[in-house]
Design a protein around this ligand. Structure first.
Ligand SMILES: [Zn+2]
Length: 293
């Protein structure tokens, strides 16, 4: 985006044009990938940042970079994002109006090294999410269920029940999925998981796991790739705006809650495109699956 004056209306139009276009199989997942890396950014800003600098991994304003001992390199064009306008003194509720802010990616800055916290294993993610479930009053246990269902919520016993066939990554993804339902959806007991609520829960699970370099189970990936079967191949921009906003907010909160239970309390900085299938401790962890989480 050029250095010409850009208004919040301009950015909104760019966002709507992007999310209102044809929804390809990979597009939704690419936004989720970007959201998992660009911590603390709204869905709208994730889309805008991705458009302006697809390889961005960590963006912030000039001053926060300076506080970390890094300077924006001379000549680097900033990335324009939307920021909520300050509420007028005494104003009630959140302002719905936005201003334009300029941020820069870490690759556009020079200076002191930033310390990247240690990587978090799938096992650690799984246990941290189980502890978040515990905070909501839900235990997590392994148990067979009918019809090949990989996870379910037993509301009567207040338990998230996982299929014993899941590996730690799969288990982490399914706990995140069920936590997304518990936090976002008021599902009547016994109701099936399908349509929009399934898409939202799958998307939250994907974004949370992607943050730690883990991948969700294959069936979740396949459903996400088929997002257009739920929302249509040309969904209205406001629908994608609404779902994306809910998912990105929920994923950020869930990851934040999980990180409070991670030993390293890490905020892992994942370099883009290194989302590989790690098999850290998977076999040994599987032997622990008999434990009550
Ligand atoms: Zn579900």
């Amino acid at each position: 985006m050029s250095r010409l004056r850009v208004s919040s209306d301009d950015l909104r139009r760019v966002f709507e044009a992007e999310v209102g276009g044809r929804l390809s199989a990979g597009q939704w997942v690419r936004w989720l990938d970007a959201a998992s890396v660009l911590r603390g950014q709204s869905f709208r800003n994730v889309v805008l940042i991705r458009l302006q600098m697809p390889e961005a991994t960590w963006v912030d304003g000039r001053e926060p970079w300076q506080e970390r001992g890094r300077m924006v390199a001379r000549g680097e064009a900033g990335i324009r994002v939307l920021t909520p306008m300050e509420k007028a003194a005494g104003g009630r509720g959140a302002s719905r109006r936005h201003d334009v802010a300029t941020v820069w990616d870490i690759s556009q800055t020079d200076g002191r090294d930033v310390v990247l916290p240690p990587a978090v294993s799938a096992v650690e993610v799984m246990y941290a999410l189980a502890k978040v479930a515990g905070e909501l009053g839900y235990g997590v246990r392994w148990g067979e269920s009918a019809d090949g269902i990989v996870s379910r919520v037993d509301r009567r016993r207040r338990q998230i029940v996982l299929s014993p066939g899941l590996d730690p990554r799969g288990a982490a993804g399914r706990i995140a999925h069920e936590l997304a339902h518990l936090r976002m959806h008021k599902l009547p007991s016994g109701s099936g998981c399908c349509g929009l609520v399934e898409l939202e829960a799958d998307s939250v699970a994907y974004a949370v796991l992607a943050r730690y370099g883990c991948v969700v189970d294959r069936s979740t990936s396949e459903r996400l790739a088929a997002v257009a079967s739920v929302v249509g191949s040309r969904p209205p921009a406001r629908l994608i705006d609404a779902i994306g906003g809910r998912v990105v907010t929920a994923a950020g909160r869930l990851a934040g809650a999980a990180e409070r239970h991670m030993e390293s309390k890490a905020v892992p900085m994942r370099v883009r495109s290194t989302r590989v299938e790690t098999d850290v401790q998977e076999r040994s962890a599987e032997q622990d699956l008999g434990l009550s989480l």
